[in-house]
Design a protein around this ligand. Structure first.
Ligand code: ARG
Length: 464
């Protein structure tokens, strides 16, 4: 096999080491980006007077043909080539001979691989965002279907206060919306043209990088050729954004694993997204959600792996950077797969209203009792003590507020009036909330309307 640099050496490279170090097995995913970049580079060389019009046209036609063949039959993306850049150049030289050999004038693979990865992320992040928006839409559907249904919210994983079930779904949607914004920021960071950087010092040909940036749809040029040859911040930003999205999917999964479990059963998982046990006939296991939770560990490992790879590098390109592809592709694949399965799980959930409502009443209304006393002029700290003592008594007697007679209320405080009974329900509790981010039914409807607008606006911007 020949490499792009064999002229420098007396003997053949060690075949095992060369094959081991080849990236073509995984960087073939950059094929269309590589061809796109090379077509633009051929035009830039023509404008710079390096290539004649005919040569540039021949290069463009051959690259277009190579692209079409590769897209029609991905199986042709094979061979002993060192990487996707070598592969495309080999095909070009096979077709055009010396004209093909002129394409790499003034260009280095160091900037080429950065360009390809930037182009790749620019298009692939949009696909991830599209799937992410579909998960948010499934959460919005569940929030809509839940209507005025109630459930407890938890702190320290102990029942804390009643909330609308819709509020729970919208909480997860809020985190995923931030992920969408973070992915957009990663896309913006990748949006800088590295071509013109050469191997490290820039290029000695009069390449119009501004025009090249316009041709390739970049909004700006990188600032410094040394920095550009080893800058993978945009890749790390992407892997971080994907990793944090995985953290959110993992937490949603954990919530659903618990709340669909036998102890809570607020929701029922669809059979299609559950699995059975080979031995215990009664089991209905949430395997897909557990896998999402498990894969979040891998996603975060990939982020740390990439950051550590970058940490010790001297300025300029180093082959260590080839590892960036593993981190980026694995983050993308992991997130894409998990988004798809979480969307299906969320869409398939059935709410068990009665069970969720029952779990939202009882002693978790204690704050509302304290707030009642505050409304009668008692300082909150004092009200907390009074209600705390009442809770202690009810816990000991295994009762809750609904079983208290008026005489018992009055024994706790003579400020309790007959209206206390109607005030201490989960419905009254959520209605009493006053802030826009709260679980008050009006606030939740407004949040849901805002979310629907966001879904519509996002969908309009993303690929069909
Ligand atoms: N496969 C290489 C990578 O992924 C491409 C760049 C090679 N550049 C070089 N000077 N060897 O980083």
């Amino acid at each position: 096999m020949t490499t792009l640099w064999s002229g420098r050496f007396d003997g053949a490279p060690d075949a095992t080491a060369l094959e081991w170090g080849s990236s073509f097995g995984f960087d073939r995913r950059l094929f269309e980006d590589d061809v796109q970049g090379s077509r633009a580079w051929a035009q830039a060389l023509r404008h710079a007077g390096v290539l004649g019009t005919e040569e540039a046209q021949a290069l463009d036609a051959a690259l277009a043909e190579i692209l079409a063949r590769g897209q029609a039959d991905p199986a042709i993306l094979a061979g002993e080539d060192e990487d996707v850049h070598s592969f495309v150049e080999r095909l070009l030289v096979e077709r055009l001979g010396d004209t093909g050999r002129r394409l790499h004038t003034g260009r280095s693979r160091n900037e080429q691989v950065s360009l390809d990865l930037r182009l790749y992320l620019r298009r692939r992040i949009l696909e991830l965002q599209k799937t992410l928006v579909s998960v948010v839409a499934a959460l919005a559907e569940q929030a809509t279907a839940a209507g005025d249904a109630l459930m407890p919210a938890f702190t320290h994983f102990r029942p804390a206060q009643p909330v609308l079930v819709a509020h729970f779904f919208l909480a997860h949607a809020a985190a995923l919306r931030r992920d969408a914004a973070r992915l957009s920021a990663a896309r913006d960071e990748a949006d800088a043209l590295p071509l013109g950087s050469g191997a490290i010092a820039g290029t000695s040909y009069a390449v119009d990088v501004q025009q090249l940036a316009r041709d390739l749809g970049f909004s700006r040029i990188v600032a410094n050729s040394i920095d550009a040859s080893s800058d993978r911040d945009f890749a790390a930003t992407f892997v971080y954004a994907a990793g944090l999205a995985m953290v959110h999917l993992s937490r949603l999964s954990e919530d659903l694993i618990i709340l669909c479990g036998d102890e809570y059963r607020f929701f029922e998982l669809s059979d299609a997204l559950s699995t059975g046990s080979s031995m215990m006939p009664q089991k209905k296991n949430p395997d897909p959600l557990e896998l999402v939770r498990g894969k979040s560990g891998r996603a975060l490992g990939g982020l740390i792996g990439l950051l550590v790879t970058l940490k010790g590098l001297p300025s300029g390109y180093n082959k260590d950077l080839q590892e960036d592809k593993h981190a980026v592709f694995d983050a993308e694949d992991t997130l894409a797969g998990c988004l798809t399965v979480v969307r299906a799980v969320v869409a398939g959930l059935t709410l068990n209203r009665a069970r969720a409502r029952a779990a939202a009443s009882g002693l978790l209304l204690a704050t509302d009792v304290a707030d009642y006393l505050v409304g009668r002029g008692v300082p909150f700290r004092r009200a907390h003590e009074i209600v705390g003592a009442l809770v202690r008594k009810l816990v000991a007697e295994e009762r809750d507020f609904s079983s208290l007679g008026m005489n018992e209320w009055r024994a706790a405080s003579d400020l309790f009036g007959d209206d206390i009974v109607g005030r201490i329900t989960p419905e009254a509790s959520v209605l009493a909330k006053m802030t826009p981010q709260s679980t008050a039914p009006g606030a939740v409807s407004a949040a849901l309307a805002d979310l629907r607008q966001w879904i519509a606006a996002s969908s309009a911007l993303l690929p069909r």
